[in-house]
Ligand binder design. Structure first.
Ligand code: WT7
Length: 655
């Protein structure tokens, strides 16, 4: 398994500061191990206890786990609850006047909202949705900027049992259209525009365009939150202003009590083949995962000011903005803008002005901020911070050490959290008061998460070594299926040929002699661009959909800031273009991909050739393309290559 060998030789060990340990939720290794032991000895008993402790049930469950229909597991199935009730109503007794969200706009205006007011807004909006005849099980697309309203929209759907699917505001009309069609959504909630980095970006016109793409659409309502007040096209009676919808709506909305397994949401993520997968999460199991991880990994305390910088369009923004912090009764920051506007001190300024205590962001943001201002954090008072987090991709030790020293002032542990859209919450991450840290390692699985490494034959690698990362037992927050495609769920995550009964994460990992996990990256053709997954297939299909293109293959290439960028190898229908022609077409194709999928999918480089390197059987030799893309010597065996001459051509980028 040459690709799965560890290349990191990181020996530094950072033991948590006494000041942290003395206040931590899980004080020490013993407490952490005793939870792990409890889970190992009585798995269902452990998760049953957690579910009773953390969740407020409308009707208690009597059975913890049903594994009969593998891998379609059911947790707490006969229990009833409402997730929005668990996030809002439960906080009204003790925390009604506590601030739930500190919202900071792109420009810097601040709006605070208490639990009482958030509850009221969610209730009114939920009643508004009900007045549009949106009911339990209906799918609702949310295409919104980072805002209090985005959280309200998600919570309101869960209040009435509607299944939301948030589409990141950077996705194109086509991507939005595909998600609307796949979910057969009855409504879209959006805004006129969003503000990012001082610029306005259209949202409603993109929704209009997406809806025009379907001839007989399922969508009967579009609710628009007025963010900037710009003129928009109006389609009556389909379009409704948010502020008009809630006028006169009752300020209490009876929650829809749903079964524990009721789908809370669908969130699309890329796979290596085919179209994006609609990852479907449950209500109770998902909520439980978001809550225990808040407690164990973020060491959540009622006095915290929590800030997760992720957009609600990603799973991180679901679990650690829209659900986890609210269910714990936390005060959190929600930020509309970007880390570099008006300058690269923006994050540090927000931490200072709101006295953020727990800060969670992605390595790509950390790296870009290091590049733009390694000393900038020193200009701000960051003494409120007590814990830092990282998510999305492996964090390189240099960035880790800077984050620890300059942002955390050597006082704050860093929780490097490995998890996925499918897992719903953290899977492997340090319990910060208990586990000494190694830069670049996500350390150990959470209590009750049976993570392991297997070799290609499916045997568990028990000691030091590398292989495929699996989770051996089903866990509450695991996705339940792929929307409308259970076979794909089974074949992707529980394939018969590898692991068999285990959840296969699609990542490779290595465990060192101390038992620490190190994530090595994806094993499939999935790229990780700025902490977001993109399937090579998806980008290739988008390129081939352009009338000039005959064939395309894309690979990832390491990038200083984004982690990975896309290099596209393209064969045109006509002659292979050269010089200015090549540059022009390359720019056109780049914009095309941006329109088809979204700006994050834009290839950084495009290279043209008369053909792609293929084996005699016609298979594209991706390993070779990867080497070319990275500018590496070609050391692979090219004896099976049908057309060696094209390698030279492909070495020249057009842009
Ligand atoms: C993939 C999941 C989970 C929220 C963000 C991304 C990579 C994620 C880490 C980490 C190393 C990581 C994996 C994983 N990944 N976190 N801490 N260390 N790799 O969610 O889009 O579902 O992507 O991101 O490759 O499989 P996602």
């Amino acid at each position: 398994m040459a690709t799965i060998e560890s290349v990191l030789h990181e020996n530094r060990l950072f033991t948590p500061d006494d000041s942290f340990v003395n206040q931590a939720n899980l004080l020490n290794k013993e407490e952490y191990y005793s939870l792990c032991k409890e889970a190992e000895e009585d798995y269902e008993g452990f998760w049953g206890r957690m579910a009773r402790e953390y969740i407020q049930w409308h009707k208690p469950f009597t059975k913890v786990l049903d594994e009969n229909n593998h891998p379609f597991f059911k947790w707490f199935e006969d229990g009833k609850l409402n997730v929005s009730y668990n996030c809002l109503d439960r906080n009204l007794d003790a925390n009604a006047d506590k601030i739930a969200i500190i919202f900071e706009s792109d420009k810097g205006n601040v709006t605070n909202i208490t639990y009482r007011d958030l509850h009221l807004q969610v209730c009114q909006f939920a009643n508004g949705l009900r007045s549009l005849n949106i009911k339990k099980d209906d799918r609702v697309i949310i295409y919104m900027p980072m805002s209090i309203e985005a959280v309200v929209a998600m919570q309101a759907c869960s209040r009435i049992g509607a299944i939301h699917s948030v589409v990141f505001g950077g996705f194109s009309a086509k991507s939005l259209h595909e998600r609307i069609v796949d979910t057969a959504a009855v409504a879209v909630i959006t805004a006129d525009e969003q503000m990012r980095g001082g610029r306005s970006v259209s949202l409603k016109p993109v929704v209009d365009k997406a809806l025009e793409m379907s001839k007989t659409g399922s969508v009967s309502s579009v609710v628009i939150y007025q963010r900037t007040g710009t003129d928009i096209e109006w389609h009556s009676p389909r379009d409704i202003w948010w502020h008009e919808l809630i006028v006169d709506k009752p300020i209490y909305c009876e929650p829809e009590w749903v079964g524990a397994e009721h789908p809370l949401f669908i969130l699309y993520t890329s796979g290596s083949t085919g179209r994006p997968k609609g990852i479907q999460h449950s209500s109770a199991g998902y909520l439980l995962g978001a809550m225990v991880s808040m407690k164990w990994i973020f060491d959540y305390k009622p006095t915290d000011i929590f800030w997760c910088t992720a957009d609600v369009g990603w799973i991180t923004g679901h679990s650690y903005v829209a659900y986890g912090p609210l269910a714990m009764g936390a005060t959190q920051v929600v930020f509309e803008g970007v880390p570099t506007f008006p300058d690269a001190g923006r994050f540090w300024k927000i931490i200072q002005s709101h006295s953020v205590t727990v800060f969670y962001t992605a390595p790509t943001a950390i790296r870009s901020l290091i590049k733009l201002g390694p000393e900038l954090p020193e200009d701000y008072d960051l003494s409120s911070l007590r814990l830092l987090g990282s998510v999305g991709e492996p964090i390189n030790p240099e960035a880790w050490v800077w984050y620890h020293k300059v942002v955390g002032q050597s006082r704050c542990p860093i929780v490097d959290t490995w998890w996925q859209t499918e897992t719903g919450c953290h899977m492997i991450a340090p319990v910060p008061g208990a586990i000494p840290l190694k830069p670049g390692s996500c350390t150990f699985p959470l209590p009750g998460i049976m993570a392991a490494i297997i070799d290609e034959a499916g045997h568990e690698v028990k000691n030091e070594g590398g292989g495929l990362l699996v989770i051996k037992r089903p866990f509450p927050s695991l996705a339940r299926t792929i929307w409308g495609n259970p076979d794909r769920f089974k074949n992707t995550y529980f394939p018969n040929d590898i692991g068999g009964k285990y959840y296969l994460a699609g990542d490779s990992a290595h465990r060192d002699s101390d038992g620490y996990f190190w994530i090595m990256g994806r094993v499939d053709d999935v790229l990780n661009i700025s902490g977001h997954r993109l399937g090579t297939m998806e980008i290739e299909s988008a390129l081939v959909a352009n009338s000039l293109v005959a064939e395309a293959a894309v690979v990832g290439k390491p990038h200083e800031i984004k982690g990975e960028v896309i290099v596209a190898f393209v064969v045109l229908k006509g002659l292979c273009p050269k010089g200015d022609d090549a540059r022009k077409i390359a720019i056109e194709l780049r914009n095309w991909v941006s329109k088809e999928i979204g700006p994050i999918a834009k290839p950084e480089e495009i290279r043209f050739g008369d053909n792609l390197p293929k084996t005699r059987s016609g298979k594209i030799m991706r390993r070779l393309l990867r080497a070319i893309g990275r500018g590496e010597e070609i050391t692979q065996d090219i004896s099976t290559l049908e057309n060696p001459a094209i390698l030279e051509q492909l070495k020249q980028p057009a842009i």
